[in-house]
Design a protein around this ligand. Structure first.
Ligand code: DHB
Ligand code: MG
Length: 220
């Protein structure tokens, strides 16, 4: 492997130094779990990564596809400027309500809208909110390519599109992923290949947690 291999100690240093959770972020997963919501949220260092990418793009207008219980939503909402706005799309009504509750607890309800429904139906209705500076896709993997097709049209040149789980639990490189992972891996590979090949994007799979595929929308 090129570069320093990540060790437990190096990883802990990075999280401790750059990505500390406050009490609200710390307590959100347990409250979500008590409601039966799966704990498949991003990690603290991914939350900080999203904040850095927001700062790099200007990050005033942000779109999220898949709120879950609002963990990534809150990391991003906290990086918005005073006149910023985040719109988060969530299919599951319980997940959408929990996200609204958590964002309200953080005192950020005035900057965040959670729209409940299928993102494929909601995205065409967001044309009047465009252009977005950053979009974070972390919802149904089988639909990632569909989300991408719709999201690209809503982005500002120079904006960023980031897709979570781009490593598919490490399955993306395997010639024979486990049978129960095959559909998931195929969906993520299709997304990665589109992100890599689309002439409107310049992208890279960044190996943070389960992988984030980061694309900048070209200005020409
Ligand atoms: C799953 C989905 C996610 O977005 C994630 O970060 C982890 C797991 C899943 O569907 O299993
Ligand atoms: Mg994810």
């Amino acid at each position: 492997m090129k570069g320093n291999p990540i060790t437990e100690e190096l990883f802990q240093y990075i999280v401790d130094t750059f990505a500390q959770e406050d009490d609200l972020l710390k307590r959100m997963p347990a409250e979500a779990e008590a409601k039966g919501i799966p704990l498949i949220h991003i990690s603290p260092e991914q939350g900080k990564f999203l904040q850095v990418m927001m700062a790099a793009t200007g990050g005033r207008k942000v779109l999220e596809v898949g709120s879950l219980f609002g963990y990534s939503t809150l990391w991003m909402a906290r990086a918005l400027p005073a006149d910023g706005k985040l719109i988060s799309l969530e299919l599951n009504p319980l997940h959408a309500d929990t996200t609204r509750h958590n964002i309200a607890q953080a005192g950020l309800a005035h900057r965040v809208e959670v729209h409940q429904g299928d993102a494929r139906a909601l995205l065409p209705k967001l044309a009047h909110e465009a252009p977005f500076d950053l979009a974070f896709i972390d919802a149904e993997k089988a639909q990632y390519v569909d989300y991408l097709d719709q999201v690209i049209d809503l982005m500002r040149p120079g904006g960023m599109i980031i897709g979570d789980n781009a490593s598919a639990n490490g399955g993306v490189w395997q010639t024979k992923p486990p049978a129960d992972q095959r559909a998931y891996v195929a969906a993520i590979r299709a997304f990665n290949e589109r992100m890599a090949a689309d002439p409107r994007l310049v992208s890279l799979l960044v190996p943070i947690s389960d992988g984030m595929n980061v694309a900048v929308v070209r200005g020409n």
